[in-house]
Design a protein. Structure first.
Length: 276
């Protein structure tokens, strides 16, 4: 009886401990399907700085033009694989991530929001949240949501719940960098260079048949029709045309002749066309 009582007390103690343990922050797929995403309060764009994206370094590093100045910014909260164009073995998913943000931002106008905690990181780089101007797409969060970057909470005091939620969802759905098979058939920087240098179809030289410099090809319709000088044709006494035997323009006074005889005085009839 004493043994059974001890076992029961131990079971109750374990149950109490389980209910008081803190959450690890990772949500299972079934939890995400029922848990609504944290609300995101989009900032008032009139209070933000407007800039234009003129270059992409990595998926989380962009060059922005603000007025007449150009500044390099890190996308706060997103940590994407570093893109190294000269690397023989690029980091997994670095090319795909860079292509993704190029499609989202290159040449676009964006709004810059600074975090109240700081506007630079520990190594003095500019850091900010970036919103695409036309639709206020939250670019930092979109990288994490689509699996092109991991969440890095350093320097953040805003949107942390949303970043945790969408990183967990991307991981649960094995999106992007969370997919173990995503790097089996990846492009390489050399492939991108080859694609950029490949001539366009209209730029490729056309192959032409070889021919002698003195050879000239004339259209078929311009070739003169040659006939033997002995071919019999017919003329009239007062006419200036020559005809075939059955031409309706021949009169009773017609007579036969040859082309050599009348080559300087007569022309072919347009009705019977004796040269065809």
């Amino acid at each position: 009886m004493q043994v059974n009582a001890a076992i029961n007390r131990f079971a109750v103690l374990c149950a109490c401990l389980l209910t008081t343990l803190p959450s690890t922050g990772y949500a299972h797929p079934e939890d995400l399907s029922t848990t609504p995403p944290p609300p995101i309060q989009t900032p008032d764009y009139s209070s933000l700085t407007l800039a234009k994206v003129i270059r992409i370094f990595d998926a989380d590093t962009v060059l922005l033009q603000i007025g007449q100045s150009k500044h390099r910014y890190q996308l706060l909260g997103a940590n994407a694989p570093e893109f190294q164009p000269r690397a023989k073995s690029p980091k997994p998913f670095s090319i795909e991530s860079r292509r993704f943000i190029e499609q989202l931002l290159l040449g676009e106008s964006v709004y810059i929001q600074l975090d109240p905690r700081a506007d630079r990181d520990a190594i003095n780089r500019r850091i900010a949240y970036i919103f695409r101007a036309p639709d206020m797409l939250f670019v930092n969060l979109e990288l994490v949501r689509q699996g092109y970057a991991k969440h890095d909470p350093k320097g953040m005091s805003l949107y942390t719940d949303a970043f945790h939620y969408y990183e967990s969802k991307a991981q649960a759905l094995t999106r992007g960098i969370w997919n173990p098979d995503a790097n089996l058939h990846r492009p390489t920087p050399a492939d991108e260079i080859a694609e950029d240098q490949e001539p366009k179809p209209h730029e490729q030289p056309e192959s032409k048949p070889q021919q002698s410099p003195t050879q000239k090809i004339k259209p078929a319709e311009s070739k003169p029709i040659t006939q033997s000088p002995s071919t019999t044709i017919y003329i009239t006494k007062s006419g200036s045309k020559y005809h075939t035997k059955d031409c309706p323009h021949l009169s009773a006074s017609n007579k036969s002749t040859t082309r050599d005889t009348i080559k300087d005085t007569h022309q072919p009839c347009k009705t019977c066309k004796p040269n065809e």
